[in-house]
Design a protein around this ligand. Structure first.
Ligand SMILES: [Zn+2]
Length: 403
């Protein structure tokens, strides 16, 4: 029987707070409001504002303060595959947002639309058949590849997700038909819409359910009626409670306490060690401090401690929704074999989540280097604003130190 993921959903008006509990730990947290939030994965009707071959990009008005960014290199292969004409200023086209706008950068766009379902990802504009990297067994990969080719002929592309391993061919065909119908609706909506406009976006809850309901038993506790939910949880364990009951559960699950921990720079762990997590613009660093735990112990104590903190590191990365380059400074180890053991443990701990992470191994200076796909705002971006007092540096000038 798979593990249970428990969703606590606190609704008030148009706002929903979603706490994803993995056992007793808060694993993910989202605030969702109708009309804002992340647009990653959304389909938009955009107007091409400028094609800049020298910059290798086109800039597209998608109704945000900054124009969306479309790499022309991707456009070339797309044009070859789909027989579409090259881009021209003023054109109104359907784009998919791959990454949300972030600080000075506009949203990252693609023309190669991908619509994810529970078992497959449907790609109307290409003919590529792929298999999720989560499926590692060669025989199973070959089987899914064949199933995918049979499913879509040479008409369009598809990625077989891990969940497709146990799906019946009829279920896959049905899901493909649903995704095709959704795409047809989106195209039709585009015909009658003026750019810029959002044509389709999936709610955070719907995306969570799509990704987790296949791998875990999902239970939902909510203070809202099922017909007001953005994704009616059909077939899932679902209970509606009143506000007071939800508040009690929220408190008993220590959601707010765990959120506070995840917003702090320093995290104290059970064994006396600490993690110091610094989110910077270019990268995030995580420093493992042995504190009182290690003392001056010898032997494989460093290895033991590093292995022991991997679950906390993975949890903080997931809950903070860190993305991009992450460097982890573990306690120094002496052998390659020990470093490999730590990498492996961290990868295993990261495998429960839905965001793609890649552990690249140790750098020459001994940092464990990993990357995590940016999908939505980080926890800090969701819940905090930069400090005005120190201009978000964390420091203020001391008066008598001024010249
Ligand atoms: Zn400050």
């Amino acid at each position: 029987m798979p593990d249970t993921m428990r969703f606590l959903i606190r609704a008030s008006g148009a706002r929903r707070l979603i706490a994803v509990m993995d056992d007793t730990k808060l694993a993910e947290y989202y605030t969702e409001e109708t009309g804002d939030g992340s647009l990653a994965g959304a389909l938009v009707l955009g107007r091409v504002e400028r094609v800049a071959p020298a910059m290798g990009a086109a800039f597209v008005d998608i109704g945000q303060p900054q124009n969306g960014f479309l790499p022309l290199a991707e456009m070339e292969s797309y044009t070859q595959n789909s027989g579409a004409k090259p881009l021209a200023t003023g054109q109104e086209l359907i784009f998919q947002i791959k990454k949300d706008a972030h600080e000075q950068k506009g949203a990252y766009l693609t023309r190669d639309v991908a619509l994810p379902g529970q078992h497959i990802i449907y790609m109307p504009f290409n003919r590529h058949v792929g298999v999720s990297k989560r499926v590692s067994d060669e025989a199973e990969r070959a089987r899914l590849l064949a199933a995918g080719q049979e499913l879509c002929g040479a008409e369009h592309g598809v990625v077989m997700r891990e969940a497709s391993l146990h799906a019946k061919p009829a279920d896959l065909r049905e899901e493909l038909a649903e995704l095709k119908a959704r795409w047809a609706e989106i195209r039709q909506k585009a015909e009658f819409t003026r750019a810029p406009a959002v044509l389709y976006r999936e709610s955070v809850l719907a995306a969570l359910l799509r990704d987790y309901a296949q791998r875990y038993r999902v239970s939902i506790t909510c203070n809202d009626a099922v017909n007001r939910m953005p994704a009616p949880p059909t077939g899932l364990m679902w209970e509606q409670v009143n506000d007071a009951e939800l508040d009690a559960l929220w408190q008993a699950s220590r959601v707010d306490v765990q959120l506070q921990e995840a917003l702090a720079r320093r995290v104290s762990l059970r064994n006396g060690s600490t993690l110091v997590i610094d989110e910077r613009e270019a990268l995030t660093t995580i420093d493992v401090n042995s504190a009182s735990y290690l003392g001056d112990a010898q032997g494989d104590m460093a290895l033991k401690l590093n292995i022991a903190v991997c679950d906390d590191i993975a949890r903080q990365i997931r809950l903070r929704n860190l993305s991009g380059i992450i460097l982890i400074d573990f306690i120094d180890m002496h052998t390659e074999e020990e470093r490999a053991q730590v990498s492996e443990r961290l990868m295993a701990e990261l495998s429960r989540e839905r965001v793609k992470t890649v552990v690249h191994g140790f750098t020459r200076l001994g940092f464990l280097e990993m990357t995590r796909k940016r999908t939505a705002a980080t926890l800090r971006e969701q819940l905090c604003v930069p400090c005005e007092k120190c201009h978000a540096t964390g420091y203020r000038q001391e008066r008598d130190k001024k010249k």
